[in-house]
Structure formats: structure tokens, C-alpha cells
Design a protein around this ligand. Structure first.
Ligand code: PEP
Ligand code: CO
Length: 433
């Protein structure tokens, strides 16, 4: 790894990259990137700095973070009603957490750019046909045909348009409802995995005001579990931007690898720069998380801890559908929180894959989705998401355990969430209890 002085938005090109598509037409790729480089930024550097400060506060126990949204956003969902539903769910989860934890809560959406997916398998086989796997709408199409699955650079321009329209819509609708909230409430920050580096670097701009490079395609970017090699292109890219960044921490990582990564990505040890998003699995978290906390503490690294209870708890059913059991998701959240509390550490955030729709992708919950119901409304293009009722239930139960609220307070928080749900959600949603 070179030292910081040689970093440029495209210096990652000199490093080994995992998970990047091979575009058949490199000229077309360069043309698309040239266009993207001239497009206006999607977020302001000052908003990015503000988010870093809020994440810094969260790391020090003064705030909480709810980061939630799609596993894989789809271009077809860039529609006003659908975006509004997503925003309402995120704000409801935020309000529940704020009430339950009695702290200001930062809302970060997995939206307006969560279009690229890392995949474990290079190819998908259906019957006699083998085609490249779907890697997210920004790279190729979900439809199982050779032309759709071929990576196309023009998809990056479409992703830019969808992200831009999504953010515009959120800003305009938030502006209309701003009178109900104080100006800092209701701010939604955007985030996605920093996966498709050609796209990310095309939206990386120098800020004279802050004397640094910012990814101006999203406020927050994270490093995925499959692209975290210290000598790899994704780490090289992320170390040079000033945005707050997340590091996914899976069970295959060692505490010393984590400390090394943090040092590479945050040499100045600034609070707010690094959010560690652990995704260890319900069965492993109690064993593995303490050593990560001990190692990070031992190295005196300032980090903000978050829990992703989704990605360590994926199972495949006999018919091939991927699912997650609500009980495992809930259990990872509660066990993570217990480990942090027992060690005097502050669990500062939740990172969820959730949708406001009444999907049947995860099994369980108080309004149960049963195994045999999974195929009834299974919509996701990638990982199974918590549905509306499951998302609310998770946050309510997390809050209950977190602060040891009295029964009366818990019931009242839950009731309020039901009322909020009734007031703002389409009537097709089942009530969360
Ligand atoms: C994700 O967050 O969608 C994801 C792929 O996570 P991870 O890198 O932790 O597997
Ligand atoms: Co996912």
C-alpha cells in the first residue's frame, strides 16, 4: 500500500480488485465515465462532514444510528410512492429508536445508490443454461438472458439518474413536512456499498472548502465483507475519500486484520470516520465479538459500533429460496447488545435490510411468516428483507432490552408505533402485533 500522498480517485486501478465486472466494450465504459465525471454531485461535502460529526457522537454514546433499506435497490422502484414508503419506514424506525433509547437518532438509508451487489458465485445455472450472476441493476439485468446479464456501462448513467431523482424526491417531500419537525430531525443520509469503483471514482470530487476528496454520490459508503483485502482496490479507494465509512466485519475476519484495516483507513484516528458493522451470525456473535472489541480497544482505535444482524443469518430452503429467521436476526441484535453492555462498550447502531412492503422473505415475527408462505410474496432481487411488521418489531424489542424500560413505557412506545403505522402506511400492511 502506498502512503496517502499518492492517492487519486482512480489510483485503485493499480490494485487487485475483487467483484468488478468485465465490460465487453472498454470504449463505451470510458465514455460513460466521462459523462458521469461531468455530472453535478448528488450530495454536498458539508452534509458529509455533518454526518461524520453525528457518527462521531454516536460512537461516544450520544446518539444512535438506524441504517436501513434495500439489499439491492431496483431501477423499477424509482417511483414517488415507493420512495416515500421507504422513507416513511426509515423515519418510523428512527422515531421508535429515539423514543426507546431517549437519544437523537441518525437516519441513514440504504438507498439512492445501493445498486451494486457482491456475489459469491460468478455464474447462475438454470436447467441447461449457465449465465453470469446478477450483480445489481448498476451492472447487469435481473432477467435470465445472455443480453440482460452482460454488464453494460450505460447502467451507471441510469443509476446516477435514479439516485438523483430519489434524493430530489426525498428532499422535496421532507421540505414540505419540515414544519412538523425541528430542522435537524428528519434528515436522511444516503449510503451504499462502495463496490463498483469506476462509478464511485467518477463521483469523487475535490472540495476546496474542506481540502479533500469526497465521494459526492452518497454520504456514507461501506466496505463489503468480500472486498476488504488490505492490499486490494476497494481499500485503496476508500482510504482517500473523506466520507465516513463502514467496515463490514464477518466471522472470517481476525481481530488483528480488523485493527490493520482500521489503521489503513483512519490513520489519524478521527472519531466518526469508521463505523464497524459486525455481521457475525447469531450463533457466533457471543464468541467472536468480545475479541474484536478487545483488539480495537487495545489498539486505542476510535470507532462507532453497529450491528448488521442480517448477513450472518442467511439460510437456503430446500426449494432454493434464501431466507433468514426473524428469531436469529433478533437474537444477534440482543446478543451483540449484551456483549457491548457487559464490556462497557456502546452499541451505536443497527444496520438492517428492510422494506415497507408486506413481503414474505424472512420467516417468523409476531405476525408470523411461515416457511411454507415464503413464496407468496417473495420480491427481493438479492437477500431476504424484513417486512414492515418485522422491521418495527425488531426495533421495538431492541429498545425494550436496551435500556430496561418499564413495561408501561414499552407498551406505550409500541402503541405509538402502531398508531404511526396506521396513519402513514398503506392499509394492506398487517398490524405489527
Ligand atoms: C450487504 O450489506 O448487502 C452485503 C453484501 O453485506 P456483506 O458485505 O456484509 O456480506
Ligand atoms: Co444483502
Amino acid at each position: 500500500m502506498e502512503n496517502g500522498s499518492h492517492w487519486k480517485p482512480r489510483s485503485w486501478e493499480q490494485f487487485q480488485a475483487q467483484q468488478l465486472p468485465r465490460y465487453p466494450d472498454l470504449l463505451e465504459l470510458e465514455r460513460a465515465l466521462e459523462q458521469l465525471q461531468t455530472r453535478p454531485p448528488l450530495v454536498e461535502a458539508s452534509e458529509v462532514i455533518q454526518l461524520s460529526q453525528r457518527i462521531a457522537d454516536a460512537g461516544q454514546g450520544k446518539r444512535f444510528i438506524v441504517q436501513a433499506g434495500e439489499c439491492a435497490e431496483r431501477f423499477i422502484d424509482c417511483q414517488p410512492e415507493i420512495v416515500t414508503q421507504k422513507v416513511q419506514l426509515l423515519l418510523q424506525l428512527t422515531a421508535l429508536a429515539a423514543q426507546g433509547l431517549r437519544k437523537p437518532v441518525v437516519s441513514i438509508g440504504r438507498l439512492a445508490g445501493q445498486f451494486g451487489k457482491p456475489r459469491s458465485d460468478e455464474f447462475e445455472v438454470r436447467g441447461a443454461d449457465t449465465l453470469p450472476t446478477y450483480r445489481g441493476d448498476i451492472i447487469n439485468g435481473y432477467e435470465f438472458s445472455a443480453s440482460s446479464r452482460t454488464p453494460s456501462p450505460s447502467r451507471m448513467l441510469e443509476a446516477y439518474q435514479c439516485a438523483s431523482a430519489t434524493l430530489d424526491w426525498i428532499r422535496s417531500t421532507r421540505a414540505h413536512s419540515a414544519s412538523a419537525a425541528s430542522p435537524s430531525e428528519g434528515t436522511i443520509y444516503s449510503s451504499h456499498e462502495a463496490l463498483l469503483l469506476p462509478f464511485e471514482s467518477a463521483l469523487t470530487r475535490w472540495s476546496d472548502e474542506f481540502s479533500g476528496y469526497f465521494n459526492q454520490g452518497a454520504h456514507f459508503l461501506w466496505l463489503g465483507e468480500r472486498t476488504r483485502q488490505p492490499e486490494g482496490a476497494h481499500v485503496e479507494y476508500l482510504r482517500g475519500i473523506r466520507n465516513p465509512i463502514g467496515i463490514k466485519v464477518g466471522p472470517a475476519m481476525s481481530p488483528s486484520e480488523l485493527v490493520e484495516l482500521i489503521a489503513l483507513l483512519n490513520p489519524s484516528n478521527a472519531w466518526g470516520r469508521i463505523t464497524l458493522i459486525t455481521r457475525l451470525g447469531a450463533g457466533k456473535v457471543s464468541e467472536l465479538l468480545p475479541d474484536f472489541i478487545t483488539a480495537v480497544r487495545g489498539a486505542c482505535r476510535n470507532v462507532t459500533w453497529s450491528c448488521d444482524p442480517m448477513h450472518g443469518n442467511i439460510v437456503r430452503m430446500s426449494d432454493g429460496l434464501k431466507t433468514r429467521y426473524f428469531d436469529s436476526i433478533m437474537s444477534e441484535v440482543l446478543l451483540s447488545q449484551k456483549v457491548h453492555r457487559d464490556m462497557g462498550s456502546w452499541l451505536a447502531g443497527l444496520h438492517l435490510e428492510s422494506t415497507a412492503e408486506d413481503v414474505t422473505e424472512c420467516v417468523g415475527g409476531e405476525v408470523p411468516v411461515r416457511e411454507e408462505q415464503l413464496s407468496l410474496n417473495y420480491q427481493t432481487y438479492c437477500d431476504p428483507r424484513l417486512n414492515y411488521a418485522q422491521s418495527l418489531e425488531l426495533v421495538v424489542r431492541f429498545c425494550e432490552s436496551f435500556r430496561g424500560l418499564t413495561d408501561h413505557e414499552v407498551v406505550s412506545a409500541h402503541e405509538k408505533s402502531l398508531r404511526a403505522a396506521e396513519n402513514s402506511a398503506p392499509s394492506s400492511h398487517p398490524a405489527p402485533v
